[in-house]
Design a protein. Structure first.
Length: 238
């Protein structure tokens, strides 16, 4: 929470009382009545708070930007609806956490993530799953006159895969481009050596004042180049 706050990110989340760095006085809190609550504030970081509220049991919630405000929530007790007091930060958490639970539920239907010791690999699969689910939600909430019935999540994923593969095939069947340093290969000349075209342009000569010659040429450019000129010539002309 402290690191998130330093980055300007405000967040709230429940915490288990067996967490290592949770203060003992918070772990041992016991509230008597339903609806009662208690808020703890960090001395070093006043924005960091831990709110404890008793519903059926104690709920512990950490936050790095919540105010100690009280509201009321509906509860059904013995068939009757009643209102009990509740910290606003917990009421807001319960209100918006439902969307997170729903997103996790959608993601688990066709989860492609795999366990990995490297956290960034899991994060890649998680973000890919979330992106696909968000795309499906946008699709399903948009009216398409040409489609009588919206696709199921599975049908949407299959259509997405087919579209990606189709795009890949178009790239492969298109005109081939010359890849730098792979197509410009150096091949040996049959017969006599020829003058290096780059050395001529730079007016380079040997110690004996003769033109620099080479037995090598570029397979694509069909120009004679000495060994030292292949790299610079490629960078200058491609």
């Amino acid at each position: 929470m402290k690191d998130l706050l330093k980055s300007g990110i405000y967040a709230s989340g429940t915490v288990n009382t067996n967490r290592k760095y949770l203060p003992t006085n918070i772990k041992n809190v016991k509230l008597a009545d339903n609806g009662s609550s208690k808020c703890f504030q960090c001395i070093e970081e006043p924005n960091l708070t831990c709110t404890v509220w008793k519903d059926k049991k104690e709920i512990f919630l950490l936050s790095n930007g919540a105010k100690n405000e009280i509201t009321t929530v509906k509860r059904r007790i013995g068939g009757n609806v009643s209102y009990v007091t509740c910290p606003k930060v917990i009421a807001d958490y319960n209100k918006y956490m439902g969307g997170v639970d729903l997103a996790d539920q959608y993601r688990k239907y066709y989860d492609i993530s795999r366990k990995s010791r490297k956290w960034w690999i899991y994060m890649f699969w998680y973000l890919l799953d979330t992106t696909v689910n968000n795309a499906y939600i946008i699709y399903s909430t948009t009216n398409f006159p040409s489609e009588k019935k919206s696709k199921t999540p599975l049908d949407f994923r299959m259509s997405l895969i087919e579209a990606i593969l189709k795009e890949k095939r178009i790239v492969e069947t298109g005109p081939q481009t010359i890849v730098k340093n792979k197509s410009h290969k150096r091949i040996k000349i049959d017969g006599r050596k020829k003058r290096c075209i780059r050395c001529i342009s730079l007016k380079r000569k040997t110690i004996s004042n003769r033109a620099i010659e080479s037995s090598w040429t570029c397979e694509i450019c069909q120009v004679c180049l000495c060994v030292n000129c292949f790299g610079p010539y490629d960078n200058e002309h491609h």
